[in-house]
Design a protein around this ligand. Structure first.
Ligand SMILES: NC(=O)c1ccc[n+]([C@@H]2O[C@H](COP(=O)([O-])OP(=O)(O)OC[C@H]3O[C@@H](n4cnc5c(N)ncnc54)[C@H](OP(=O)(O)O)[C@@H]3O)[C@@H](O)[C@H]2O)c1
Length: 355
């Protein structure tokens, strides 16, 4: 089977390297180029320091291309590269992603710059896959903010069954959500400023967008001293009367209905547990909790949302906690899953047959 040639925009960042890690053995996509900022431009990829916990995978030999050079982009298009995965900072994405789109690539982005912009679908595969096909052949699409994932998957299922009128969410977010330099500094200092400016507003806006829901929301987001994983504490006010068993049944049935056979889809999108353990649940794959996963080989590890601590203190109130891996499900894994869905829906310009 012929794999689609893809490029990663970003060389040494946490999400850029998660993308490289997950693309190196991907069955449908072939990592053909990496395009970075001036700090690594022209260097062999093997000289770019590896930032992730797992061992550097056996990446193809290549030099880091110039992400902002039009001639480079044209050359890659002529070489048959048709998909770009962007892990650029938002301000750079705003400037650079259109150059890659205009040259003829389909850009899948983890950056915030084009989220919610008309003509650029903002999609979570289990929640609003139909939005991906609304522009015809796909040129540019965005994955959501990482904090939204553990909140919106359980909320979408409970909204469908019971009608959510309002919600409150508090988050505890891992350091890697702030990027590599931020994480390194916090680790070195042994402490972190817990505030995450703009995160609550962004999460609320994106939830309304992907669910087509508008109601009362109250969110607060905090950084905590943990490398990875975003943990949310949620309370919903619902229209219909509920109890603990009904909530569990709805979550399980929704999860079963939203299973997918795509390579990066978890075995089950939601995994129900009595209570969340932020260490052992980090790499949940929908059927278990791998403790020493190899995310370069196992595309499902870190892709499930763990839901626990479910309670219904009154007939119209539901409480739950949820947890997911921010640089996998919330970033690189999520955006590759999106590209797999687009490919499966025949929305990419080049469509070799895949099994
Ligand atoms: N971390 C998460 O959990 C997460 C989750 C969802 C979305 N995101 C989004 O993903 C993007 C990357 O996040 P990250 O955590 O990987 O950040 P990071 O570790 O700080 O990495 C920053 C990335 O941006 C690139 N970059 C920096 N300055 C640039 C410039 N002037 N021109 C071109 N590229 C430049 C770097 O490329 P080089 O390495 O080539 O210098 C690097 O790959 C951000 O938009 C972030 O909001 C992150």
């Amino acid at each position: 089977m012929q794999r689609l040639k893809v490029v990663v925009l970003g060389a040494g960042g946490l999400v850029a390297q998660r993308l490289q890690q997950r693309l190196v053995h991907h069955p449908w996509f072939r990592l053909t180029a990496v395009a970075g900022s001036p700090r690594f431009r022209g260097k062999p990829l093997s000289d770019v320091p590896w930032a992730l916990d797992q061992q550097r995978p056996d990446l193809p030999e290549m030099s880091v291309e110039d992400v902002a050079d039009e001639a480079t982009i044209s050359r890659l298009v002529e070489d048959g590269v048709s998909v770009a995965f962007s892990s650029l900072p938002s301000e750079e994405a705003r400037r650079l992603e259109p150059m890659w789109v205009e040259a003829g690539m389909t850009v899948f982005s983890n950056a915030g710059a084009y989220r919610g912009v008309s003509g650029v679908p903002l999609v979570i595969p289990e929640v609003n896959p139909e939005a991906l096909g609304q522009t015809g052949l796909l040129r540019h699409a965005c994955a959501t903010n990482c904090t939204l994932l553990p909140l919106v998957l359980p909320l979408a299922s409970l909204h469908e069954a019971f009608g959510v009128q309002s919600y409150r969410m508090r988050s505890e977010q891992g350091l890697s959500g702030g990027g590599h330099a931020y994480m390194q500094q916090a680790m070195a200092e042994g402490s972190v400023d817990t505030s995450i400016p703009g995160e609550a507003e962004k999460t609320a806006t994106e939830l309304e967008h992907v669910l087509g829901w508008s109601g009362q929301a109250s969110l607060s987001c905090q950084r905590v001293m943990r490398s990875d994983g975003h943990h949310v504490f949620v309370e919903l006010e619902v229209e219909q009367e509920v109890d603990h068993d009904a909530v569990q049944t709805v979550l399980k049935q929704w999860s079963e209905r939203h299973r997918s056979t795509l390579p990066s889809a978890p075995h089950q999108p939601l995994m129900l547990v009595p209570s969340i353990d932020v260490e052992s649940h980090l790499f949940a794959d929908g059927s278990g909790y791998p403790q020493r996963p190899d995310p370069a080989m196992d595309l499902k590890a870190g892709m499930a949302i763990v839901v626990g601590n479910i309670a219904c203190p009154t007939p119209h109130l539901v409480r739950f906690e949820a947890f997911s891996h921010n640089t996998i499900r919330g970033a690189a894994g999520g955006v590759i899953y999106l590209a797999e869905l687009a490919h499966d829906m025949q929305l990419l310009p080049v469509n070799p047959v895949h099994p």
